[in-house]
Design a protein around this ligand. Structure first.
Ligand SMILES: [Zn+2]
Length: 85
């Protein structure tokens, strides 16, 4: 059996606690950053007619511009259409 004195045991206990806290902290911090980024990015719209930036959380595919009333489509869909041509 491996002999461990009190200072080595204390060091191992502190190291295990520090690693555990680091893992927990990074896990929760990573999750919140991902959530805020995805939710903000999904609701921001840029009008192609008047270049007005607004937030619309109700619609996902097509949104109506509150300033000029034109319909706007998702940016990623337009990029896909341009790539197909
Ligand atoms: Zn507009």
């Amino acid at each position: 059996m491996i002999k461990v004195d009190i200072s080595m045991a204390l060091f191992l206990y502190l190291l295990a606690t520090a690693v555990f806290m680091l893992v927990i902290w990074s896990f929760f911090d990573f999750g919140t950053k991902l959530k805020t980024f995805s939710s903000e990015e999904a609701h921001i719209w840029h009008c192609t007619i008047c270049s007005y930036t607004y937030i619309d959380s109700k619609n996902e595919e097509i949104s109506t511009c509150p300033r000029c009333g034109s319909y706007n489509q998702r940016k990623q869909k337009m990029k896909n259409k341009q790539a197909r041509r």
